[in-house]
Design a binder for this molecule. Structure first.
Ligand code: GLC
Length: 652
């Protein structure tokens, strides 16, 4: 049978296109060209993953049909949008874009509630909305929506598909963009595929990693780390209904999909296209590091995971090119870089990755007042291929992992073990005198690893300052918040604010009373927005007002400076003072220095630091304070107040 199929081969792609009425001339000419340009790569990637399968030809043809159908089903207005983006070229690198991630229900009740808040985003300057998972997910076993039981049905808590489409249309009409998630690695155990697998259906059992006994699971376990060691230890769960072990890398109710099965890829690619055709501008691929498993390895970041992502990218580029991809790979620094594609594949995988290394190092600098570990990471971060970009952030719905390498700590002259212990103690508030109030997440006594939960404001000391210490400390913590946001806003990439942070939200401890959340302290930084409290942003001098207007101002400045577009044009200032981090962003017509003091004391930076880039500025205009500052002689200093920062444009 296999040989027969091989002889038959699959239909030549031109003939296949013709079956759908697509030719090299006429209405679909441009699609035809994209198909022609991409088919070889597509086949190469597909063959690298599935080439050994006897059914290779059939499944590949099915995949091509999915691509064609996705294109044909794409609405005219989205095709127009695709064209406009292509014309603009690298549209997503722009300094005009600023994003926010939010939970629809906790932000505004439901989807129509969010629609009514579009003016709020406009007021702040946000024009890229990441709506956290919206598709059906069982109450109590939802992982914040990342355990999906139906990829195409909006969870009734948020509204329905019509509400989502209406919101998207409003978002686009206001000149904004939409980002949604696809949870590629797993489904809820309540997804119909999982339900059928439970009831003994072999076809669907092959969608998952299922085993009759512990023989293979034990081989996997030997090399796989645990993701949620406290709440969901191990990587397999016993399924009583079908009497099998099923792979569950995250929670026991999240079943890992088996991409060795080509039908899984095709079905999930159809879901990718479903989101594309809803009008998504940026698709966040959840947990891509995990999508291929192999015994004897950590089952993370494997070559096949990258091939699958490249294949998805190529397919999306052919069918729905206006949608770009974000790989949510929160892994070691050099492993993150691989999600952009490597070598001759650079720029051919994900368009975006999270700059998780920089995010964690921002927290490192804040806790230590020392910028040296952060600087050690820059040679790696700086390798991002041109035309790709970062999601730049300091907080999101997840924990903060200290995932950068030990050698970076060691090269900065510190002991990695002690350094990490200090950071954990500092942010969990255990270290004497620490202003932070946070908590450790997923502590693993076997490895000593732990990550950090807590809201931006509470980790910056605002919660403690409000409780005990009065106005100086309140001001200091607001200054820290703005310092952290300023780096995120100007470093390069699409800054993604996290809802509530713009109003200085503190930790929310109500999750402890809810049994469906109490096992997961990430809920302490997933607040419910109180719109009466939010209204205080208009009242001069309130915390809400000071944080909101500060972030609003940073956004305005970002949008006014073309050099801040993500053109891979960053150079770090030499470390003349370990407390001060600074970088230059430059284009042919503009040069901007951003400087930040991570110490709780005033810091001095020699003016010489501004003269090491092949030019000597005479004066600098500070967009933050509005002052023009003459550049002094080398033996003199720019003085920065505690946690102060400057956004300095070179004037001549
Ligand atoms: C991603 C999400 C996280 C979730 C996990 C499993 O890392 O950001 O919230 O728990 O994937 O889906």
């Amino acid at each position: 049978m296999g040989e027969q199929v091989m002889e038959k081969g699959y239909m030549p792609w031109e003939a296949l296109l013709q079956e759908f009425g697509i030719r090299s001339v006429g209405t679909h000419k441009v699609f035809f060209q994209r198909f022609q340009e991409g088919i070889e790569n597509l086949e190469f990637l597909y063959r690298s993953i599935y080439g050994d399968l006897s059914e290779f030809e059939d499944v590949f043809e099915e995949l091509l049909k999915s691509i064609i159908v996705a294109y044909l089903e794409r609405e005219q207005d989205l095709k127009k949008r695709d064209k406009a983006k292509e014309k603009q070229g690298n549209w997503f690198l722009s300094n005009h874009l600023v994003g926010m991630s939010l939970y629809v229900d906790r932000f505004a009740g439901n989807l129509s509630g969010v629609r009514k808040k579009l003016d709020y985003f406009e007021e702040l300057g946000v024009n890229f909305l990441h709506l956290m998972p919206l598709f059906e997910s069982p109450e109590g076993e939802s992982d914040g929506g990342y355990a999906v039981s139906n990829f195409r049905k909006v969870d009734p808590r948020f509204g329905d598909l019509k509400d989502l489409i209406e919101l998207r249309k409003n978002i686009h009409a206001q000149g904004m963009n939409l980002m949604l998630d696809i949870v590629l690695n797993h489904t809820s155990h309540r997804h119909s595929w999982a339900e059928k697998a439970k009831s003994g259906n072999k076809h669907y059992q092959d969608y998952f990693y299922m085993y009759d006994n512990r023989w293979i699971p034990n081989q996997y376990e030997a090399a796989m780390p645990e993701i949620f060691p406290e709440s969901s230890p191990g990587n397999f769960t016993w399924c009583e209904e079908c009497q099998k072990w099923v792979m569950t890398v995250f929670h026991h109710y999240q079943w890992d999909l088996n991409y060795r099965n080509p039908h899984v890829l095709r079905e999930m690619l159809d879901n990718v296209f479903f989101y594309a055709n809803l009008g998504v501008d940026l698709l966040r691929i959840d947990a891509p590091a995990f999508i291929w498993k192999e015994t004897g390895t950590s089952s993370q970041n494997l070559p096949q995971a990258h091939q699958l992502l490249q294949l998805i990218k190529q397919a999306v580029h052919i069918a729905t090119p206006g949608m770009v991809l974000l790989g949510e790979a929160i892994v070691a620094p050099d492993a993150i870089m691989e999600y952009f594609g490597k070598g001759d594949r650079a720029g051919k995988e994900c368009d975006f990755a999270y700059n998780a290394t920089q995010m964690a190092l921002q927290w490192d600098m804040l806790a230590t007042g020392d910028t040296r570990v952060m600087l050690q990471a820059q040679p790696i971060i700086g390798q991002k291929p041109f035309g790709t970009s970062w999601i730049s952030y300091i907080r999101c719905h997840d924990d903060i992992g200290l995932g950068y390498d030990d050698y970076m700590i060691a090269q900065a002259g510190k002991d990695p073990y002690q350094h990490r212990s200090y950071l954990k103690d500092y942010f969990s508030g255990k270290f004497p005198g620490s202003p932070a109030i946070g908590a450790l997440f997923s502590s693993n006594p076997k490895t000593g690893d732990a990550r950090i939960s807590g809201s931006l404001a509470s980790l910056c000391g605002l919660e403690q300052a409000l409780l005990t210490q009065g106005s100086d400390k309140i001001q200091e913590s607001i200054q820290k918040i703005l310092l952290m946001e300023s780096f995120s806003m100007f470093l390069g990439g699409l800054p993604m604010l996290y809802y509530g942070d713009e109003l200085g939200y503190l930790n929310d401890y109500s999750f402890l009373k809810d049994p469906s959340k109490s096992y997961d302290n990430r809920w302490m930084h997933r607040p419910k927005i109180d719109w009466d409290k939010a209204a205080q942003r208009d009242q001069e001098g309130t915390v809400e007002n000071r944080v909101f207007s500060g972030i609003q101002k940073l956004i305005k400045i970002r949008k006014s400076l073309p050099a801040i577009a993500d053109l891979n044009n960053i150079s770090w200032i030499q470390p003349h003072n370990i407390h001060v981090a600074g970088f230059l962003r430059q284009t042919e017509n503009q040069k901007v220095f951003v400087i930040g003091n991570y110490s709780n004391q005033a810091s001095y930076l020699t003016w010489y630091a501004f003269k090491e880039f092949g030019f000597t500025p005479a004066s600098l205009f500070d967009h933050w304070t509005g002052d023009s500052i003459p550049v002094g002689p080398d033996h003199d200093y720019l003085i920065l107040e505690p946690y102060g920062f400057r956004i300095l444009e070179v004037k001549d």
